[in-house]
Design a protein around this ligand. Structure first.
Ligand SMILES: Nc1nc2c(ncn2[C@@H]2O[C@H](COP(=O)(O)OP(=O)(O)OP(=O)(O)O)[C@@H](O)[C@H]2O)c(=O)[nH]1
Ligand SMILES: [Mg+2]
Length: 303
């Protein structure tokens, strides 16, 4: 099981690790580490979305160590240690509230919210939890259908409202039903396609206001879904959502389709919001718990 998990992570991050790892090998091949080589490293790391700050720190360390005739393994180990140190504080210790744990899932259009809701549902169903999903994007008919497919795929209870009905009212009713039915987890899939920040703010704050009437601790989590393909633009996107709602964890999707997996580093350095999961594919199993050590190893293709 653990082996399968690591393999999935490595495969999921292979586009990013190919770029970084092959890049390191190419830069170092048969050369001594001088200032020029270190500069090349720094450029490689920046172009892999690891951020200017981290890349400069690595360059500084390489220079200070005066690593001459260094092997690629030594360099990778050094970078891995620095990565792990930065990413470690982002690991989440998930507290699962009983009897009903509620997660509000937010993010822009197309980020991967619906697929992620389905994958989280699957994860907890495997842990024998009773899971429900709420189609809180009531304005787009396809949004409801897409979530229904995930609900069927994962045997979770599906809650939806009439087209154009009030999402906050639907969330309120769904929570009450979920409580009556004895569900353990309720995942609320919200709309991403809103015209401007004010619309988004109004809709999300209304959902939050309304469900807090049931219990002030609801929702237990607000999870922000970010598309890994957008690289460092994700920082700005997260800042916007941070102003709107109290995000307490981030999920980075589509890491399998991008070489920008390094973006977790600037996310860690600039946002300090925990990362709960990473998405590495379109199937229901393609969601992994975030672990700093394993992520760093996979990114550098080290065993
Ligand atoms: N390769 C890959 N594709 C993903 C991943 N997560 C989501 N996708 C795909 O990305 C596309 C958009 O995902 P959705 O879940 O529909 O995104 P959304 O945020 O719900 O979009 P809206 O409802 O339009 O706001 C779909 O084709 C998903 O299958 C991932 O981790 N890897
Ligand atoms: Mg959706």
């Amino acid at each position: 099981m653990v082996f399968g998990w690591v393999k999935k992570l490595k495969k999921g991050l292979s586009k990013s690790s190919d770029k970084i790892s092959t890049g390191i090998n190419t830069i170092i091949k048969g050369k001594k580490i001088d200032e020029n080589v270190v500069d090349e490293f720094e450029e490689l790391l920046i172009s892999s979305d690891l951020g200017v700050k981290f890349s400069a720190e690595v360059a500084k360390k390489l220079k200070s160590k005066k690593l001459i005739d260094t092997s690629t393994d030594k360099i990778k180990t050094l970078i891995r240690e620095m990565l792990t140190e930065i990413l470690k504080p982002l690991e989440t210790k998930r507290e699962f509230f009983s009897p009903l744990h509620i997660i509000l899932v937010v993010g822009v259009n197309g980020a991967g919210k619906t697929a992620t809701v389905g994958k989280i549902a699957n994860k907890f169903l495997l842990e024998k939890k009773k899971v429900g999903v709420v189609a809180a994007d009531t304005f787009r008919a396809a949004a409801k259908e897409q979530l229904k497919i995930w609900a069927d795929r994962t045997n979770s209870i599906f809650f939806s409202g009439k087209e154009f009905s009030d999402p906050a009212a639907l969330c309120f009713e769904s929570i009450k039903k979920a409580q009556d039915m004895g569900l353990n987890l309720l995942l609320i899939d919200t709309a991403g396609r809103l015209h401007n920040k004010k619309d988004l703010m109004d809709e999300l704050s209304k959902i939050l206001r309304v469900i807090k009437k049931l219990d002030d601790s609801f929702p237990h989590e607000v999870a922000l879904v970010l598309d890994g393909n957008i690289g460092q633009n994700s920082i700005q996107q997260a800042q916007v959502f941070k102003e709107i709602c109290n995000i307490n964890n981030i999920i980075i999707t589509k890491l399998d389709g991008t070489a920008k997996g390094g973006v977790l580093v600037p996310i860690a350095q600039q946002l300090s919001i925990p990362i709960s999961y990473i998405g590495v594919g379109e199937q229901k199993e393609d969601l992994l718990d975030f672990n700093a050590d394993n992520f760093s190893k996979a990114l550098l293709d080290i065993n």
